[in-house]
Design a protein around this ligand. Structure first.
Ligand SMILES: [Zn+2]
Length: 628
């Protein structure tokens, strides 16, 4: 089955509201993760390490020659090799800066050639070749191990690890030949086993990096303030309705059921999509739409299972894999077919959350229980969502609002549903957790899901800034700080589509806007005031999106980046927010004054029905024939 073809077919299903002029997004999965993730700093790091290894090898040869000045070949070959490799490294580095695709060739070549040089300029190997007793000084395997350890700090592909193992085995066999030192041979064997064991582990794809975001500046901005400045009336009303929970803000209409969840006839499993799924946490613009399309609308099951396995959390749970699959299936089935709040959104939020953790110092501090908690929380944070806001549920006296006393109505429901699912025997992946572990993961999941209630947004932000305004006070090893950060990361992941590539962001926007409009239609039909930006006849989408990014998403991401200090988060997310805001501002200028609904007939029909309704309200006696 041709995945690219399927993707292009699916992406051609355009929506009526938007008229995207952007090109179809390229799927990043064909790119080598090592290559796509490399920054200039990382490239430089790679070449510096190569030069350090070469210098060590050269000094080893000189030391050996000084100790037993019998082998001139050793000194000559080492000098020639060292000089040649230095020139090659410099040449490749300069070329690498200009040609991005050059790394595909240069990195494995240098790595392999360097390792080969280390073996064949090793005094012991030379002893075998020249049959001279030159003694040993520094066994080649130790150098190979050194290469391996140093290279681990730079991103490497599995291919490169295999090369290093081949060289290690070769070197080890050669070092066995003289059989002069059995204890050393035993030591080398143990080291080799340890290196092989390390192979099984996932290489970390992050490093400590500096960022241009000023931590103190971001954390102290807006301290104690409840609302951003310079808001116009519409943005203020929208924020008041969605970001504050007081009843006063709640006081202020028929549902179009959108056909969204159409089951595909084909589907792929984790093993078939492994290449695409490996981008979770590495590619900020991970395309969950694609996964959903080619898994028969089962992104939670596929992405969730992959991520749980990837971080070895299946071993933490210590339950048969069927139990994990059952939970993920039940969770997916508990999501409703809303335009936006569906299982695809949940899976996408998980991908964004993993990206934050994976690309910051948080990866070193997070425990496996917290990692599992984060995955469960993100995947279940909107489970059972009816496609209506808390405000709507409270105003319509919905059963859910009654059940949760109007307090974080939806969020309480989502949390309750996931723990109900976890109580089912076939789905209880936490069955082997003792009380202590279970309480830790339960608190983690509850805190994270409840944090997604936007009515708490400004309070949370203000509290966070007051608590962590001093740049030095953020210690990732502190449980309380980590817990606060998980909530913030969850919130950012939940509204993270605003920081995705413009094409992905626009696609998510269409869905969220459609869901808003359905609620707006219902509010009209029920005779309650229409929530801000939910009226399909009057809403200016570009304006609402630009305002949402400017007033809510950007400050949140800036705060997170001031704490996580990640170059990747800054370049992939924070700067993209500015691009997307500008996109909506420019779009607004180009379509201002024209219909917000792309189809003219639809616009005229809506206008007529509006006129009819207004006239009916104001002048009931006017005969129908004059209304048209
Ligand atoms: Zn959500």
């Amino acid at each position: 089955m041709n995945i690219e073809k399927i993707k292009s077919q699916n992406s051609s299903n355009s929506n009526l509201i938007f008229d995207s002029k952007l090109d179809v997004q390229k799927q990043n999965t064909k790119e080598d993760p090592t290559i796509s993730d490399d920054s200039p700093n990382k490239k430089k790091h790679f070449y510096i390490i190569e030069l350090i290894i070469l210098a060590l090898n050269f000094s080893n040869s000189i030391a050996c020659y000084i100790k037993t000045p019998k082998s001139l070949e050793l000194l000559i070959s080492s000098t020639v090799f060292f000089g040649f490799m230095c020139l090659l490294c410099m040449f490749f580095y300069l070329l690498d800066l200009r040609l991005k695709s050059f790394q595909k060739f240069s990195h494995p070549f240098l790595y392999f050639f360097c390792g080969l040089g280390l073996v064949f300029t090793d005094p012991e190997v030379l002893w075998i070749i020249t049959n001279k007793d030159i003694g040993t000084y520094f066994p080649s395997l130790l150098q190979i191990i050194l290469v391996f350890v140093l290279q681990s700090s730079v991103q490497t592909t599995p291919r490169l690890y295999i090369f290093s193992i081949i060289l290690g085995v070769l070197s080890f066999s050669l070092s066995l030949a003289p059989l002069k030192n059995i204890p050393r041979t035993v030591y080398l064997l143990i080291t080799l086993i340890l290196v092989c064991a390390k192979l099984k582990k996932q290489p970390k794809h992050h490093k400590k990096i500096r960022t241009t975001t000023n931590k103190t500046e971001v954390l102290t901005t807006y301290r104690g303030e409840q609302l951003p400045k310079n808001l116009d009336d519409q943005d203020r009303l929208f924020i008041e309705q969605s970001c504050f929970s007081s009843l006063a803000n709640l006081i202020g209409p028929s549902a179009n059921i959108i056909k969204l969840q159409e089951k595909s006839n084909f589907s792929y499993g984790v093993s078939e999509l492994i290449g695409v799924l490996s981008q979770i946490g590495k590619n900020w613009n991970f395309d969950t739409f694609f996964i959903s399309d080619c898994t028969g609308k089962e992104p939670i099951q596929i992405m969730g299972l992959y991520t749980i396995r990837r971080y070895g959390l299946d071993e933490l749970c210590c339950v048969p894999e069927n139990i994990i699959k059952n939970l993920l299936r039940k969770l997916e089935q508990s999501y409703k077919s809303n335009p936006y709040h569906n299982s695809m959104h949940a899976a996408d939020v998980m991908s964004s959350y993993i990206y934050f953790v994976n690309n910051s110092d948080m990866l070193d501090a997070i425990s496996s229980i917290e990692m599992l908690g984060g995955i469960i929380a993100t995947l279940s944070h909107d489970v059972g969502h009816p496609g209506k806001t808390n405000r709507f549920l409270v105003l319509t006296r919905d059963d859910i609002a009654i059940a949760y006393n109007d307090i974080s109505v939806l969020e309480n429901m989502h949390t309750s549903i996931v723990f109900s699912l976890l109580k089912i025997e076939d789905c209880n992946i936490l069955m082997n957790f003792n009380s202590e572990k279970w309480l830790i993961i339960r608190k983690c999941i509850i805190d994270m899901i409840l944090a997604t209630d936007m009515s708490k947004h400004f309070d949370m932000m203000a509290q966070f800034r007051v608590k962590y305004h001093e740049a030095g006070s953020i210690d990732f090893t502190n449980n309380e700080i980590r817990s606060d950060l998980f909530k913030l990361l969850m919130k950012a992941a939940d509204i993270g589509h605003a920081a995705k590539s413009t094409e992905l962001h626009e696609r998510w926007c269409r869905l969220v806007v459609e869901e808003f409009y359905i609620q707006g239609d219902m509010e009209k039909s029920l005779g309650i005031s229409v929530s801000m930006y939910c009226d399909r006849e009057t809403t200016d989408i570009s304006k609402s999106q630009a305002g949402f990014i400017r007033n809510i998403v950007y400050p949140l991401f800036s705060t997170i980046n001031a704490i996580l200090v990640s170059e990747k988060i800054e370049t992939s997310c924070v700067s993209q927010l500015k691009t997307n805001e500008l996109y909506w501002v420019m779009r607004r200028k180009t379509i201002r004054g024209s219909s917000l609904i792309s189809r003219r007939e639809e616009y005229i029909n809506n206008l007529n029905s509006l006129k009819k309704r207004r006239n009916a309200e104001r002048k009931p006696s006017l005969p129908d024939k004059y209304i048209e």
